[in-house]
Design a protein around this ligand. Structure first.
Ligand code: DGL
Length: 268
């Protein structure tokens, strides 16, 4: 069983990639919609929420947990990996989304400037900057918090001129810096991919984070047979939400792009 965790429905864009590319595994998705959004919260709060999610997913027999939420990957993952897991769950693994994306950036040829957009929690942590500079000291990283986008996307304001205007304003700083690659460091932003690409122009490549994270999961599973995560003939797919299940389903199906059947409420 593979656990996928997010602050709400956003991580379903990550699960969507897993289900498309690796549908033969069992997945449990947990969305902490009682506490969403994480992107404006403090490190301590995000850490405490994420630890509870990890406890829950392990109690459901997950052998591997992917923190699909960028804000939680940025603010909580390292401490969980270094301090919490070795004491509470030695041998078990929690992965985030930052490292595979940073590695992909470092693999890109002929680029010198990278842009990152994400929530305040993600951008203020500088986690992408640190990971990318660790892998390639010569890359310049420019970052911009774009906190309004999550609400605009969840309100389905994707096509509104106001959203395009806000997006243009947010991306200006990165355009001026002539970034040659852009990371959408938030679960929600792929819904604005077309507009972002148009605004950034053809000299900037926008990374396909869904594919990068999905490929990195497979590569991880192949390198770690000892986890015992096996392909199934009839794989399970379960969803848990920490608040209103109906709302979670309605928005979730839009994010996942398919029907969500087995959803239960859980209090963490
Ligand atoms: N899932 C969050 C992220 O990727 C966005 C929503 C939130 O702020 O909780 O950063």
């Amino acid at each position: 069983m593979i656990g996928v965790f997010d602050s709400g429905v956003g991580g379903l864009t990550v699960l969507r990639g897993f289900l498309k590319d690796h549908p033969e595994y069992d997945y449990i998705y947990l969305g902490d919609n009682a506490n969403v959004p994480y992107g404006n919260k403090s490190m301590e709060t995000i850490y405490n929420y994420t630890v509870k999610a990890v406890d829950f997913l392990y109690s459901q027999n997950c052998k591997l947990i992917i923190i699909a939420c960028n804000s939680a990957s940025a603010q909580a993952l390292r401490k969980i990996q270094q301090e919490y897991l070795p004491v509470k769950y030695p041998g078990l693994k929690v992965l985030g989304v930052v490292r595979p994306i940073a590695e992909e950036i470092a693999r890109l040829k002929n680029i010198e400037r990278v842009g990152i957009i994400g929530t305040k929690a993600t951008i203020n942590s500088d986690v992408y900057g640190k990971e990318i500079r660790n892998l390639d000291r010569d890359l310049e990283v420019f970052q911009k918090a774009t906190p309004l986008l999550v609400s605009l996307i969840e309100e389905n304001w994707l096509k509104k001129p106001e959203t395009k205007m806000i997006l243009k304003k947010y991306l200006r700083k990165l355009k001026v810096k002539k970034v040659e690659a852009l990371v959408l460091a938030c679960t929600h932003y792929p819904f604005l991919l077309k507009d972002i690409k148009r605004i950034m122009g053809k000299n900037c490549q926008v990374l396909d984070t869904e594919k990068i994270i999905s490929d990195s999961l497979l590569s991880y599973l192949n390198r770690h047979p000892e986890l015992g995560i096996e392909k199934k003939m009839n794989p399970q797919l379960k969803f848990y939400a920490t608040d209103n299940v109906e709302k979670f389903k309605e928005l979730g199906e839009f994010f996942l792009g398919r029907e969500m059947e087995d959803i239960q409420k859980v209090v963490l």
